[in-house]
Design a protein around this ligand. Structure first.
Ligand SMILES: CC(C)(COP(=O)(O)OP(=O)(O)OC[C@H]1O[C@@H](n2cnc3c(N)ncnc32)[C@H](O)[C@@H]1OP(=O)(O)O)[C@@H](O)C(=O)NCCC(=O)NCCS
Length: 334
């Protein structure tokens, strides 16, 4: 196994206070019910940003908590990598707004777009930057205001998503002769752009700008072929767990906690089964957050640490998939 080059020094999350339960959809005129949503997805409620809460502001709350726990001041950050599918503005990157908000004046800051797999992609990029000596202390954030890009008249998508942010500070590992050194043990990333139209926003970019979008067809909002996405999700998450375990020369039995992307309980269960990890070693919060896209794995990791489900020495596997398609996995020892 390779000597880890980077480790997770601290984590945090920024969650809007407002909760929308499955029962609240009736008042919004959405024809659905709690039983349908829970049986198909496992989701019971999700957090929704207020008008005052942005992708940047939620990211800042998560980042400050992660930096405090890592004992890192804003001026010590070399790089900020922010993953989002819901940037506050199309230009510039939300990462520079976050940089300004934190006062991280030395940092290079940029966004990554890899949808729901984005936090693992961003963490892999950060690890690579540390390995090549570009930086020693890197802030990685996944932040999403999904409520602003979902179609609240489409019951097959609007019940699935929620808002929030999660963050981690990655630091360069100190060379160690420990038998079980802490840090990132393996990473794996893949994409398949031939599947792009299964989950996308047709308008709002440069091919169909907002000014030319047919506003009535709500083409600037998320469109999803749910069943197809489901099939590919199970396949790609399973593939990703295999690859990370192989790279780290581990098996499912070595994993103390599996943190899958929180999109759907049935996808989580299928992934855990494939990876041979029992459900008591799987972190689940999809019931309380819904799908927070690239924030999901980061929020779950932060909660798991807070609840003592990740301790010093724990071997944790992260795995996610998202629009693109993108999929990725990572094994981290704490
Ligand atoms: C979206 C998803 C929950 C739908 O479940 P499903 O069992 O595949 O359901 P279908 O889409 O086949 O729809 C079945 C019926 O439920 C209805 N339905 C859809 N959404 C509904 C809702 N919120 N409430 C009640 N009924 C609903 C459909 O209209 C359809 O009715 P019909 O048979 O009369 O046409 C499921 O496909 C899924 O989870 N896919 C993956 C999505 C995902 O994770 N995306 C994020 C990727 S990062």
């Amino acid at each position: 196994m390779k000597q880890p080059t980077a480790y997770v020094a601290g984590t945090g999350r920024g969650i809007p206070a407002k909760i929308l339960t499955n029962h609240d959809f009736a008042a919004l005129g959405v024809e659905t019910d709690d039983e349908w949503i829970v049986s198909r997805t496992g989701i019971r409620e999700r957090h929704i940003a207020s008008a005052a809460e942005s992708t940047c502001s939620m990211a800042a709350v998560a980042a400050r908590q992660a930096m405090a726990r890592a004992n890192v001041a804003a001026g010590e950050l070399d790089v900020i990598v922010l993953s989002t599918a819901t940037p506050d503005r199309l230009l510039p990157a939300t990462a520079v707004d976050l940089q300004a908000e934190l006062g991280a004046s030395r940092a290079a800051a940029f966004d990554i777009g890899a949808a729901c797999a984005g936090f693992i992609f961003a963490t892999s990029v950060a690890e690579g930057l540390i390995a090549t000596g570009v930086g020693e202390t890197i802030l990685v954030v996944g932040s999403e205001r999904m409520s602003s890009i979902i179609d609240w008249t489409d019951r097959s998508t609007c019940v699935l998503f929620g808002d929030g942010a999660g963050a981690a500070v990655l630091k360069r590992s100190i060379r160690s002769h420990a038998l079980r050194p802490k840090g990132v043990l393996a990473t794996y990333m893949r994409s398949d752009g031939t599947l792009a139209d299964l989950l996308y926003r047709p308008a709002g970019g440069t091919t169909i700008p907002f000014s030319q979008a047919v506003l009535d067809d709500r083409s600037y909002l998320v469109k999803m072929a749910g069943r197809e996405v489901f099939k590919h999700a199970v396949r790609s998450m399973s593939d990703a767990t295999d690859r990370a375990l192989d790279a780290a020369k581990l098996t499912g039995a070595d994993i103390d906690l599996l943190i899958p992307h929180q999109a759907n309980m049935r996808i989580i269960e299928a992934t855990a089964k494939h990876a041979n990890v029992s459900m008591d070693k799987v972190y689940v919060n999809v019931d309380r957050y819904g799908n927070t896209s690239s924030a999901s794995v980061a929020i779950a990791m932060d909660e798991a640490i807070e609840r003592g489900q990740i301790k010093d020495g724990s071997t944790v596997m992260l795995v996610a998939f998202g629009a693109g398609f993108t999929w990725a996995s990572m094994i981290v020892r704490f």
